[in-house]
Ligand binder design. Sequence first.
Ligand code: GAL
Length: 671
Amino acid sequence: MVERETPTPAIEALRRPISHVWFGGDYNPEQWPEAVLLEDIDLMQQAAVNTATVGVFSWAALEPQPGEYDFGWLDAALDRLHSAGVKVILATPTASPPPWFSRLHPEALPVTPDGVRLIHGSRDTYNPAAPAYRDAARRITRVLAERYGDHPALAMWHLHNEYGTVSYGPVTDVAATWNTAFWSQVYSSWEDIHAPQRTQYIPNPAHLLDFKRFSSDMLLRCLRDQLEIVREVTPGVPTTTNFMLPTWHHYDEWDFARELDVVTIDHYPEDGPSGDAQVAFAADLARSFAGGRPWLLMEQATSLVYDYAGGRMLAKAPGRMRRNTYQYLARGSFGSLFFQWRAPRVGAEFFHSAMVPHVGPDSRIFREIRDLGAELAGVPELSAGPIEGRVVESRTAIVWDSTAWWATETRMLPSADVAYLPALRRVHEALWRSGVTADFVDPNGDPSQYDLVLVPSMIAVSDSQREAFDRFVANGGHLAVWYLSGSTDEHLRVREGSYSAAFAELAGVRVEEHAPLRDGQNLTLSEGTCASAWSEVLHVRGAEVVASYGADAPAVIAPGSAAITRNVRGSGVVHYFSTRVEGDDLQRHLARIVADAGIEAAVLPDGVEHVVRRTKTGALRIFINHTERAQTVRATGRNVLSNTDVDGDVAVAAGDVLIVRIETSPEGSRK
Ligand code: GAL
């Protein structure tokens, strides 16, 4: 979690403009004629919209020629929204420089790993390290801040959109710790050093990792450029930039979050039940990046979005949008904004879903939006409200580590099966199914507020991180570590003596050999657990064996040797998984580990999500039924959606939500 003082003045400022759940979407008035803009206001009022995100990609409309501005349409849009009581999140349009910029500054266009300079025609055609781009972005930011800083509709700055452009061009060539004593890579001149463009054979993984860090820093520098300007010109107006979770990973979110007043995310979950788990995953990440404070869902879609791999757009089932919205709100969002208000008729996203679809308001989607808007207007407790401490209490945290993600993207790890995001999602989903709400923790942060910390796939661990984990366990913390974690230092230098060396002593094990499994190969461990993807020659050095390998393990592993272990270290405990365990088996093992740490999981019917969200005056106990049949839960308090009291067994209809006001949060941290 990000450490921050509570409450910051900027967060306090959020309460003032909008006292309800923020509801609305990305609005592009520059795309529409007057008659449509008037209808927009009418429909926004019908749908209880109170927030519009304006100007996200409007640079060419605002500055059609270098230094020549056209503010008429934006002035009119902001005034119109203001008179309708709609607050504006005003974006800086820097994610899409205009064509004239690319013509004047071809050196600021992004370059691919193949050395190809991209041309204009889409969006995000800029190189964050190019001085001309930074200058132009600073100029348009200042112009907007000076013009609209005092506008009464302005609620928040939305800086840029989804930072994430990476360029491998000449202005990005830099150097750092690359472990070059290999394949004659010792550099003798700065001129010999390049961004890791495509090379003859396998590139140096440390070079790739360092380039990811460099790109992240370049994007951070662009964000800071804009923050500095809006904070100088419009002090007190909260700032954000929208993170694209959880599939994009071009910068370190902890670094970005520390700079912002409000963390916002865009989220487009996948189809099916795993999509619901993914909503909880993204929301827990967002809350953690926000330091446990309320955060904002900046974009979701009213229907499913283009699945680039599958090449199709699937529809969201009726009711799913509402159910997912309550998941985000339960887990700390103070609003539900959509991409986008009105479906565009043209452009790359011309068939993208919207709050007002192409067919108009006489549609299932608009009716669902209108009903959701009305319902959310009745639950003001879910709004930003000043809350001291964490909006959702959790005693369990999963380490979220950018370095680990980037490291697993470099080629030549012992198995292609060690992708970072799936490893984290497996663990989070198993906890989610078990009714355990998890935070994520910064690998350089302080884990001491948690009782249980989980470390899946954190390959690179620095000495100071290792010491922090040692201290955590010495102070009675419980740690669960998965294979490959801690096998290298932060520069991808393999640690010697044991694999997973940074954790081996703590876990009471020595990993002598990696034995990755074949695609589709499954092993059965001693107590029935199904294992896959990876195995290890694991020796115990004090740990107890929870599960051992059988005769179906690779030949290097002696049948009966340890696969999953548990090690008591003073008042702390360290669990080690030398193989991949998924689904029900993982849920069972995590239930054991959670109970071992003294954490009580909520007792729930399968498929029912439960979160306690703190509010200004108490807490809301929120149940979300993801199944297709009614489920019974136990709750006492005021049902805030039906305005009735409940006490004892309560039925939650298929796909429905129950929100019960309780006096205080029943969950607390041991520490
Ligand atoms: C988001 C982006 C929007 C829009 C949307 C489509 O990532 O911020 O501008 O492109 O995706 O789903």
